[in-house]
Design a protein around this ligand. Structure first.
Ligand SMILES: [Zn+2]
Length: 627
């Protein structure tokens, strides 16, 4: 969409003299206006300037595992043996998959739970001899034990192997059927990617000379997961936290086979395995489903407006979505600088169209100002960037000048909110999914809450997750990420790819995945046709919402606490939600029947599921267990 600036230069000289939306505030001569035009003329909204005040990015606050040290013994207990590990990514993963958990460094406390996950390692260096003996006895007392990296302390006898040895494999394969692998029936799930050529194989161990057949092996045939003789203890060879952090922090390098438009469920499989073990070992295991309203799939329709014609085309997409009762998300490039990319389209005229789009009930998010790959290496900025002075200029495919991360975020948000009075912009997607390391904390500082800045394949997951400071492992941010599943540009005309997209949706429905569709409304025809056909094929069978709607729901679900206490054949299940939530769905153990619930919205049973109505704060349900 490159413009031939010089070819239209003469025409523009005349225009500059007549109308004055082009910024020439500090420049008086015609010639300086022309130079400004060549160097990136700004569209000037009269009387608009801001935002006021400065943005401060806070310093990282290291996450403290003690915050997770709470709850009843029905939860999975993580026995943390080294706080300098990827426990935070593991905690985020367990939140995502909906397993209630606690974290402790006290083995006695951990062993009051029925399912214990020793993370990140078992060895005489991190556990006392009493603790090691108690862990070894735990499965015999009907406890379920996940022991990651059994490196010493005599527990190799429990699992029946000789040595734990560093392992450089890139694939892990589950063997046979067990409680562990329930629901893993896709070839991409029974064999998962855990490493790549560029990723140093940190964190995996193989167990040598196993006496029992392994439950999972690496591609070299060495044992990756072993059972004990009771079948209730598991020795894990890969490091779950490390792999989760690789994916969530967008640092997978070449673990994934594809960048986008494919199925790459590494993290989902590992989390489902832990959930399977928890559900089989804890009789009162209640887990949170990942999709609202008991539906099998969350579908977020998203559009990036980053081209002149896309804005008016967007109204056609919105008309279809509105007619179907769907709120989609439109990420709007706030394009008031003319540059190598394109002409300006965030103008008085463009703003009118944007207001019409918003009036159809669609979410408006930010798609930056400059829309450049160079965003990935932009400096953070000083937080005082303001319209109209902030004027990033894109010079080529990879070169952009005068841009900052904070400038892109705070100025785009300011202008969108200025022209959408009373509206709060909460979602962000960068152009080209250029993802600077400082993005999570910059989003936090500028008031964004939701991000769709990476692809699902590049994150090794088809579920949402929480972002960390600088995409590292130490500090949390409150931002949630909703990665892109299917897009319209990488692999040819998307209508031709409809069967694959529908197939992927079916695979994700088996475990409550997230399906984020990205369509640029630069054209209508085959892309709009794709969207219509996709929506028609799903009927009422999936949950639809904007990034903001899903994000609001997901953010509350992520904080919901779940505790079960059994008293004489009855189980009191206590949920606690910090904010109101609707459509939270519980997966219950077999043969539970609800005997008492608070007054309020009806609760809808769905097999072993319960779909809850609106509630907030503490919410108590009483169940009878039928033997
Ligand atoms: Zn874009």
């Amino acid at each position: 969409m490159r413009r031939h600036f010089r070819a239209v230069l003469l025409a523009v000289i005349a225009v500059v003299l007549v109308i004055d939306p082009w910024d020439a505030s500090a420049e008086s001569s015609i010639w300086s206006r022309i130079q400004g035009f060549v160097g990136g003329a700004r569209y000037r909204f009269q009387g608009v300037a801001g935002p006021d005040g400065a943005t401060t990015v806070s310093q990282p606050v290291p996450a403290d595992w003690h915050r997770f040290d709470e709850g009843a013994s029905s939860r999975l207990a993580i026995l943390l043996t080294d706080p300098a590990s990827d426990w935070l990514a593991l905690a985020h993963g367990l939140r995502t998959i909906g397993v209630p958990f606690t974290i402790t460094d006290d083995y006695r406390k951990a062993l009051t739970h029925r399912v214990v996950f020793v993370y990140p390692r078992v060895s005489g260096q991190v556990l006392s001899s009493q603790a090691l003996k108690a862990l070894a006895d735990f499965p015999k007392q009907r406890g379920t034990l996940i022991a990651q990296h059994v490196l010493g302390g005599g527990l190799n006898a429990l699992f029946g192997f000789d040595e734990a040895e560093p392992e450089a494999a890139t694939q892990l394969r589950f063997l046979g059927d067990s409680a562990l692998t329930r629901g893993l029936d896709d070839p991409a799930e029974t064999s998962i990617r855990i490493g790549g050529r560029q990723v140093a194989p940190v964190g995996s161990y193989a167990y040598s000379n196993p006496k029992r057949p392994p439950l999972a092996v690496y591609q070299d045939g060495r044992a990756a997961i072993l059972n004990d003789e009771t079948g209730r203890a598991y020795a894990f060879g890969p490091d779950l936290g490390y792999l989760l952090a690789r994916g969530y922090n967008n640092r997978q390098q070449d673990i994934a086979r594809d960048y986008v438009n494919a199925f790459e469920p590494t993290l989902d499989v590992l989390l489902r395995v832990v959930r399977n073990i928890y559900r089989s070992g804890e009789p009162n295991a209640v887990t949170l489903a990942t999709v609202p309203d008991g539906k099998p799939l969350s579908v977020l329709l998203t559009h990036d407006i980053d081209y002149t014609r896309s804005l008016t085309n967007a109204l056609n997409y919105a008309a279809f979505e509105q007619a179907r009762g769907i709120s989609a998300t439109y990420f709007m490039q706030v394009k008031y600088v003319r540059d190598w990319n394109d002409d300006v389209f965030f103008t008085d005229e463009g703003v009118k169209t944007l207001q019409k789009l918003r009036a159809t009930g669609m979410e408006i998010g930010s798609h930056t100002i400059s829309h450049t790959r160079a965003f990935r290496t932009f400096p953070l900025g000083d937080g005082t960037e303001r319209y109209p002075d902030y004027a990033p200029f894109v010079r080529s495919k990879i070169v952009a000048e005068n841009g900052t991360i904070l400038g892109e975020l705070r100025v785009s948000r300011f202008l969108l909110e200025h022209f959408l009075p009373g509206y709060r912009v909460s979602s962000f997607r960068p152009g080209h999914l250029a993802n600077p390391y400082a993005l999570p904390q910059a989003l936090t500082a500028t008031g964004f809450r939701f991000s769709s800045s990476v692809t699902a394949n590049d994150s090794l997951t088809h579920l949402p997750f929480q972002l960390t400071y600088s995409r590292e492992t130490v500090a949390e941010t409150p931002i949630f990420e909703f990665p892109v599943t299917i897009e319209d540009e990488a692999d040819g005309p998307m209508l031709d790819r409809l069967p694959q997209a529908l197939g992927l949706a079916e695979r994700l429905k088996r475990y409550g995945g997230l399906f984020v569709l990205l369509i640029h409304p630069d054209v209508l025809d085959q892309k709009l046709e794709f969207e219509k056909k996709f929506v028609e094929s799903q009927g009422d069978g999936v949950w639809y919402g904007s990034v903001n709607q899903f994000g609001e729901w997901w953010g509350v679900r992520d904080q919901v606490q779940v505790d079960a206490i059994e008293k004489g054949g009855r189980v009191v299940l206590t949920l606690s939600a910090p904010q109101p939530i609707n459509g939270l769905t519980l997966d219950l153990p077999d043969a539970w029947s609800l005997v008492a619930a608070p007054a309020g919205d009806p609760i809808v049973p769905q097999g072993n599921r319960l779909v809850l109505g609106f509630f907030s704060g503490k919410y108590e349900l009483i169940f009878k267990k039928t033997p």
